[in-house]
Design a protein around this ligand. Structure first.
Ligand code: FES
Ligand code: FES
Length: 147
């Protein structure tokens, strides 16, 4: 199940979930930056757990629930984290942004009022080369502080 819809794909044994999502299922939101589990740009939720989809075999996801950034919001109706990223200027080149959005949404679902340290810890698996992280932290706080 991908974003609530049953999807079928023929994959080869060593194929990553990231490759399948992007190249076979038409979901390019999850980004391929390192393909080594280092950057978090490919973050998705697998049965509700935050994972790097580049490190998960597509076959391992068979029969499980996957949520990608496309499943969190749409251009017409942004997820609150996406809206806050826009408002706080947390997006520059945007390559890291989908991974941050998924990781931040996961954090806020578990902890609706995180401290700065908890935000930085939760997002420590996501790398950004542009923003310096401050505005990303501010975006997460913005969501947490909204009624
Ligand atoms: S592309 Fe998966 S962690 Fe970097
Ligand atoms: S906005 Fe460019 S890498 Fe994060």
């Amino acid at each position: 199940m991908v974003n609530g819809v049953q999807r079928d794909a023929d994959v080869w044994g060593g194929e990553s979930l990231l490759f399948t999502l992007r190249e076979r299922l038409g979901l390019p939101g999850s980004k391929n930056a390192c393909e080594q589990g280092e950057c978090g740009s490919c973050s998705v939720l697998l049965d509700g757990a935050l994972v790097c989809s580049c490190l998960v075999l597509a076959a391992q996801a068979d029969g499980h629930d996957v949520v990608t950034v496309e499943g969190l919001g749409a251009a017409e109706v942004l997820h609150p984290v996406q809206q806050a990223f826009v408002e706080s200027g947390a997006v520059q080149c945007g390559f890291c942004t989908p991974g941050f959005v998924v990781a931040a949404a996961d954090l806020l679902a578990r902890n609706p009022a995180p401290t700065d340290d908890e935000i930085r810890e939760a997002l420590s698996g996501n790398l950004c080369r542009c923003t310096g992280y401050q505005r990303i932290v501010e975006a997460v706080k913005m969501v947490a502080e909204r009624p």
